[in-house]
Every structure is written in C-alpha cells, then in structure tokens.
Design a protein around this ligand. Structure first.
Ligand code: UT7
Length: 327
C-alpha cells in the first residue's frame, strides 16, 4: 500500500472569507469547525492536484507502475474526456485503463471498493485510487452557505493484491445511495438536463446545497453505514481504534461519534486546516493522521463517508505496518 496527499499552497483564512461575505470567523469556527482552507490558483486544475498526490502515493508504495487508475472527483478538468486518462498519461502510465468515478464526497470510498473488487477478481494486481477536487471552481464566492465550507486538495492510495487478513487489506464495504435527494447538493446547469440555462446564468454552474437537510441525513447515514461495515468485518463498535469520517462539518463527526459511543480521541480530524474537500477529504485525513501519529500499525480503522447523490460508503482495514506517507 502507498499513501500520499497534496494541498495547493494558498491558504484562505476565515478572515479572508468574512472580508467579502456576510459571515464571521466565529460563525464558521463554531458551526463548521473550519479556520482555513487551501484554494488552488486559477491556472491549477483538478488533474494537477491529482498528479501531485498520485506521485507521492507511488513513491510511498515504492512502485513505478499500477494496473488501473481510478479518479474520484466531482470537479473533473472537463466534462469530456474523463480526467483520469490525462492523469495516468502524466504519471507515465499511458496504456493503463483509467476512469473517473463520480459519487460526490463518497467518491473515494466508492473507488476503493471498486479497486478492491478488481483486485479480488484478478483483473488487476495494483490499483491507484485518487480523490481530487478543485471545489473552488464550482463554489459561488458570494454564497455564504457554501463558500466558507469547501476547499481544494487531493489524496491517493496505491492498493495491491495480498492476503485478506494482512494489515492494509480492505475489509468488506458497506455502501448505498438515495437519489430521492439528488437536489440536496447539486449543480443545476451545465449537464444534459439543463445545458442552456446554465450558459445564460452563471449561478447554475455553482453548487447549491440544502445544508440543514444534508446535515441530518449525513449524521444518520454515516452512523448506520459505519455500523454495517464494522459488523461485516466482525468488529463491535468498541473495537474501532480510529474512525476516519469524511470532513464535511466538525459537528457531523461529533454527532456520529456520540451516537456510536466512540470517544473523541479515536476520531481524528483535519477540517480546521483544510475545510471540506469532497472526494479528497478521506485520503487527506488518512495521510495527515498517519503523519501526525494518530494512525498506528494494526489499529482497527473504519473509513466512512457521505455526500451528494445522496451516496454513502464505509470500509474497514487494519492500519498497515511500515507505511511511509508523503504529503
Ligand atoms: O460534503 C458533502 C456533505 N455536506 C455536508 O455534509 C454539509 C452539511 N451541512 C452543514 O454543514 C451545515 O448545515 C451548514 C454549515 C451548511 C450550515 O450550518 P447550519 O447550522 O445548518 O446553519 P443553518 O443553515 O441552519 O442556518 C442557521 C443560521 C441562519 O440564520 P437564522 O435564519 O437562524 O437567522 C442562517 O442564515 O445561520 C445563518 N447562516 C450563517 N450565518 C453566518 C448560514 N450560513 C451562515 C454563514 N455565516 N456563513
């Protein structure tokens, strides 16, 4: 296994956000738990962030080749073509199958589930899974219900064939979706449903989010899918050493941990410094938690997420031994 991540260098503080929006540092800190987020420069695209994270993951895994590249993103460079082939090309992996996976903030866990399936089926023996987002490209800078929340970044893992019981191997996944809530987090325009209005009205190209509704569903779904995934691995909730929760809102993680009865010190967080980075959130948190010593070899880890769709997903693993994480 290899793990790497990348944040664009520019940091935007709450004070910077509050200077142009009707909000305050205090509101953002207390209601979301964010102090700053990293925002890519205009010339940087999602593929650029993805390549940086992928290079670090390959170095971490000590490999120069992978059999498949899966890129989880809601912010591809273009509608067509997919961004993954471009990323694979830039990694020097020109001929490998490469595709994008869109499952909102659950995209990375969905993609690891697909990757594990490819490995189990014998279709691939090494798979690169990347979560990368330039959320700033789809966030309305004038919308105080989304602009303080989202940030840019990327994280990547290299998964390799091995024994099912060895540290680093992914356990059984629990995942699901509910399209009844498709409009709870969505970009109204620019797709086949609404191509013309989109060009006429820039606001239709931005993320619209019913924050309150999303919050309630997120707590319920993350709690449930975590229970499902732990049970499928044969773990009781008390057995979980680290719960890696999608960094959507610090209050969501706290509510999930309280509902499950998991002590806060077992629930690492980096939202204060990076904000909500959608599909990049989980690999960024894994990477930062490993580097700061919050993830240790053989710990029982549950990785759990929720996002647009709605989609949700969780999986388990024993934290690998000797992993050199690069960020
Ligand atoms: O990653 C994908 C999944 N996304 C999520 O999981 C996001 C989930 N949702 C959330 O994190 C929260 O719902 C938000 C952070 C988006 C909003 O927090 P909230 O506590 O649910 O706020 P609210 O929408 O219920 O609004 C409460 C009050 C309102 O004022 P009144 O009507 O009570 O006077 C809002 O107008 O807070 C006001 N408000 C703000 N005030 C200052 C909303 N946004 C802001 C803001 N600054 N940025």
């Amino acid at each position: 296994m290899g793990l790497g991540s990348y944040l664009p260098p520019r940091k935007v503080s709450n004070a910077d956000v509050a200077a142009r929006l009707d909000t305050t540092d205090e509101w953002i800190r207390t209601r979301i738990g964010i102090a700053a987020r990293h925002i890519a420069d205009p010339a940087t695209a999602t593929s650029d962030l993805a390549v940086e994270a992928a290079l670090r993951a390959m170095k971490s895994a000590e490999v120069e080749h992978v059999d498949v590249v899966i890129l989880a993103t809601a912010t591809p460079d273009h509608h067509v073509p997919g961004t993954a082939p471009l990323v694979a090309h830039r990694l020097g992996l020109r001929q490998v199958p490469a595709f994008d996976l869109g499952a909102g903030c659950s995209g990375f866990v969905y993609a690891t589930t697909v990757a594990a399936g490819l490995i189990h089926a014998g279709t691939a023996s090494t798979v690169m899974v990347i979560g990368a987002e330039k959320m700033s490209a789809v966030i309305d800078p004038a919308d105080r219900s989304t602009a303080p929340i989202f940030g840019d970044g990327a994280g990547a893992v290299v998964l390799a064939a091995g024994r099912a019981d060895e540290p680093g191997a992914l356990g059984p996944a629990a995942w699901g979706s509910d399209g009844e809530h498709a409009d709870a987090i969505y970009i109204p325009g620019g797709g086949s449903r609404n191509p013309s209005r989109a060009t006429a009205d820039l606001k239709n190209r931005y993320v619209h989010m019913k924050g309150n509704e999303v919050f309630r569903h997120a707590v319920r779904r993350i709690t449930h899918v975590t229970e499902e995934s732990a049970a499928a691995a044969g773990w009781a909730i008390q057995d979980i050493d680290r719960l890696i929760v999608h960094q959507a809102n610090a209050r969501i993680s706290v509510a999930v941990a309280n509902t499950l009865g998991i002590p806060p010190e077992r629930v690492p967080s980096n939202i204060t410094h990076v904000g909500n980075t959608s599909a990049a959130s989980i690999p960024l948190l894994l990477s930062h938690s490993a580097i700061n010593g919050q993830l240790k070899p053989r710990q029982r880890v549950v990785v759990t997420s929720f996002g647009a769709g709605f989609t949700w997903a969780a999986t388990t693993l024993l934290w690998p031994i000797g992993l050199q994480v690069l960020a």
